[in-house]
Design a protein around this ligand. Structure first.
Ligand SMILES: [Zn+2]
Length: 465
């Protein structure tokens, strides 16, 4: 055994994997896990984290971040976004593509990579933007973790903010699937049937002047906004994905009505290569909280039983807490006209505390969290076994949690630039107390101790060497 001291040892923690947990010391050297052992066999170390009484999870992932860089850095940037993530116990983020310029070509993807490289506190990967079938191969070779497609156009073209990013032509969608399938990447899709949504929403809400936040909430609950159109779009997409053999990743499970869960469940039962991420706001956001924050939330838990069932039976492969910040100035007019403002919710910092609260409420186990928020995304996005599990040889990424610590979300504690949190005033039990990325402590009991630039880019499986 190497007799050099370890860089770090994490002692006496309950160490969790999807199979269970055991009390172990974890030795780290050179950013990697090099020992999982008991006290008697633990070499000396330069630094120690005493995790007695704490639970040690593999570094947790957040696979649905909109960190707004380049182009909209007044809402968020890669430093503020990854700081929020680190504060919330996240060690790995995947960033979305509705930037300006959008990363849909080799040049704009590389510009984004270079712009954000000095700015991240935690590790990250980037979706390539799915718009031009002919640029998909170059995006894959440049390291895109997958290709994100906005198969949607908001009823008033408010979303995806960059109108031309919407791919509502199923022929182009099909060609994108062919190109993505060629490179073996995941194609992650925000599904919709935009014309259906637009026609009915205008007919029953916008034209009669029913546009307030409460009207929007009604339209959402009836499946007009972010509803049945998304599920119908998903049905078509599953069919085209099967024709082309693309590995489909379904975004916004939970935001879509329960029928969408059934479509994913059936496709899985038939052996299709499909995965999905469950939006945790649709598990946790109460109607009262949604009414309180108004346009600060676009989704809430109106059908949580169906969505929990999809989590528990494996229909949803992973959990997310969408982080899509805007400024208060942008969303406040939504109290009167919610159909004309960008739809915002914050989640990078709030996601894991909410999930841990659900563990304390008996909805999940910590083994489930290790699976849903680390191992499953690491495997699906091709980063396993380098990441996703506590085992020798893996990157030393850890989220260490105190399952007894209570907290209340307040704007003052938030690192996002948004100036609000959709979870304002919500109390939770269970908090991340250390975020460790490749052996470096980035967050210690709520204090950010990492530096921008520590976070590394991780390319997808289509990257050229
Ligand atoms: Zn999103």
């Amino acid at each position: 055994m190497n007799q050099e001291p370890l860089d770090l040892v994490i002692t006496r923690g309950r160490v969790h994997t999807p199979e269970g947990f055991s009390t172990l010391n974890i030795g780290v050297r050179g950013g990697k896990i090099v020992a999982l052992t008991d006290d008697a066999n633990t070499p000396p170390a330069l630094r120690t984290i005493d995790a007695g009484g704490l639970d040690v999870l593999p570094g947790l992932w957040h696979v649905h971040c909109h960190f707004r860089e380049p182009g909209h850095t007044y809402k968020e940037d890669f430093t503020s976004g990854t700081t929020a993530a680190a504060a919330g116990g996240i060690t790995f983020c995947i960033d979305m593509t509705n930037n300006d310029p959008h990363p849909t070509t080799l040049e704009s993807f590389m510009l984004k990579r270079e712009t954000i490289a000095p700015k991240a506190l935690v590790d990250y990967a980037l979706y390539g933007g799915g718009l031009y079938p002919k640029t998909v191969a170059a995006l894959a070779e440049a390291g895109a973790i997958g290709i994100k497609v906005f198969n949607t156009r908001h009823v008033k073209e408010v979303y995806p903010y960059i109108s031309e990013l919407g791919v509502v032509d199923h022929g182009i969608l099909h060609e994108l699937y062919e190109a993505v399938a060629d490179k073996g990447l995941l194609c992650a899709v925000h599904h919709d049937d935009s014309e259906w949504c637009k026609r009915l929403t205008f007919r029953d809400y916008i034209n009669p002047g029913k546009t307030s936040n409460r009207d929007y909430m009604e339209a959402y609950e009836r499946g007009y906004m972010y509803g049945h159109g998304m599920a119908a779009g998903l049905a078509a997409s599953i069919y085209y994905a099967r024709l082309t053999g693309v590995r489909l990743h379904v975004l916004h499970m939970g935001v879509m009505p329960p029928g969408a869960n059934e479509l994913v469940r059936q496709a899985k039962a038939q052996g299709q290569d499909i995965s999905g991420e469950m939006e945790s706001a649709t598990l946790f956001m109460t109607r009262a909280q949604a009414e309180k924050v108004g346009p600060g939330a676009y989704a809430w838990a109106y059908a949580p039983e169906s969505h929990w069932a999809a989590v528990h039976d494996g229909t949803a492969d992973m959990l997310v807490g969408e982080h899509a910040p805007h400024t208060l100035e942008e969303i406040t007019p939504g109290w009167k006209d919610n159909f004309s403002v960008p739809l915002g919710i914050t989640g990078a910092q709030e996601f894991i505390p909410l999930v841990l609260n659900a563990v304390n409420a008996g909805k999940l186990t910590l083994q489930d969290v290790a699976r849903l928020c680390a191992e499953a995304p690491a495997k699906r996005f091709g980063q396993y076994p380098k990441k996703g599990r506590i085992q020798c040889g893996a990157d030393a990424d850890f989220t260490i949690v105190d399952m007894k610590q209570k907290q209340t979300f307040t704007v003052a504690d938030m690192h996002t630039k948004a100036g609000y949190t959709a979870w304002e005033g919500i109390q939770t039990t269970g908090m991340p107390v250390y975020t460790v990325v490749r052996g470096e402590t980035v967050m210690d009991h709520g204090q950010i101790v990492g530096t921008p630039g520590h976070g590394q880019f991780h390319p997808g499986i289509g990257a050229s060497a």
